[in-house]
Design a protein around this ligand. Structure first.
Ligand code: NDP
Length: 291
């Protein structure tokens, strides 16, 4: 009897990001020919290392694609009123098509207030409740958050069948778990949303054709959580328990023989998010120019 071995394929984010960039360069060239220049504005308070790292990636991605950029840095201790005033200036600036704000906002600036201020049509990373509602409604005219969108783009890029697929999402946060579940539902997957109170967790996830891990627990997902031949997307970014570098929510080495495909950490989902941001800026620009 011939035995077929399912071999784990590591699916990286870079080819997905490169494909998105290639398409965007063409779209931006077309817009520029018509005198339209897509532009992203970044609004940051202080200089937190994580914010700066993401900003650097976003700026270089946008610049490589031909998207104009502008960064406003407000000093630590900026009041809510000052923040709102700056955000409203960006809302009203006709040259700015997309606005990225860093969250969590510093103490003294209430996210619940600010999310009502950002113009929904420029809100390229789903801060405004209007864009959140559009994700839930399956309305594709909005801007879903970048990380969940990156997950779906990766699955599509690698030809993973979602229509009718049994998907388990591990995590129910508004940042990853819930929105990615809604986006996958929009792709006609049957989605099981799991969390810390899910009974018999491994039993549930091991029935899934596609497993999305977004729990924030280093290497929690071990072989018993996974169906033979499943596709696994590891969204987790955790400090390695043994120190030195980051690892995902999945114990990649332990599950590699069981999965058909798995994203690495680093170089997986995280490398696609700024491409999605750029894609949203171009989409916003087109919508604002009736294209
Ligand atoms: P949260 O901490 O907000 O949410 C974690 C979710 O996992 C919760 O729903 C929680 O359940 C669930 N959970 C925690 N422990 C367990 C457990 N033992 N069993 C089952 N479910 C559990 O995290 P985020 O959603 O913000 O982020 C998730 C991961 O993704 C993190 O590692 C984060 O760093 C990473 N991330 C990566 C990004 C990227 O670009 N690659 C971007 C954003 C996040 P409950 O609701 O019951 O508490």
């Amino acid at each position: 009897m011939e035995v077929t071995t399912i071999k784990g394929q590591i699916i990286k984010g870079k080819p997905v990001a490169d494909q998105i960039s290639e398409n965007l360069i063409q779209e931006v060239n077309e817009l520029v020919k018509e005198g339209i220049h897509p532009k992203l504005a970044i609004l940051r308070v202080g200089a937190k290392a994580n914010d700066l790292a993401y900003e650097k990636g976003a700026l270089s991605k946008c610049q490589a694609i031909g998207i104009e950029t502008e960064v406003t840095e407000l000093p630590e201790g900026t009041t809510q009123e000052q923040y709102i005033e700056t955000l409203q200036q960006l809302n009203n600036d006709p040259k700015v098509n997309g606005i990225l704000t860093f969250r969590p906002l510093p103490e003294g600036i209430d996210e619940e207030v600010i999310k009502q201020v950002i113009a929904p049509e420029k809100d390229v990373d789903c801060f405004s409740p209007l864009n959140t509602a559009k994700v839930m409604e399956g309305d594709t005219t909005g801007f879903p958050p970048c990380t969940p969108t990156a997950v779906v783009e990766i699955l599509k890029h690698y030809g993973v069948k979602l229509n009718g697929a049994n998907v388990a999402v591990l995590g129910r946060s508004m940042v990853v778990g819930k929105p990615v579940s809604m986006l996958l539902l929009g792709e006609n997957a049957t989605v099981n949303i799991c969390h810390s109170r899910t009974a018999n967790l491994a039993e549930v996830t091991s029935k899934a054709d596609v497993l999305i891990a977004a729990v924030g627990r280093a290497r929690m997902v071990t072989p018993e959580y996974i169906k033979e031949g499943a596709v696994v997307i590891d969204v987790g970014i955790n400090a390695k328990p043994e120190g030195g570098g980051i690892c995902g929510d999945v114990d990649t080495d332990a599950v590699l023989d069981k999965v058909s495909m798995i994203t690495p950490v680093p170089a997986g989902v995280g490398s696609v998010t700024t491409s999605i941001l750029a894609k949203h800026v171009v989409k916003a620009c087109k919508l604002q120019n009736n294209k």
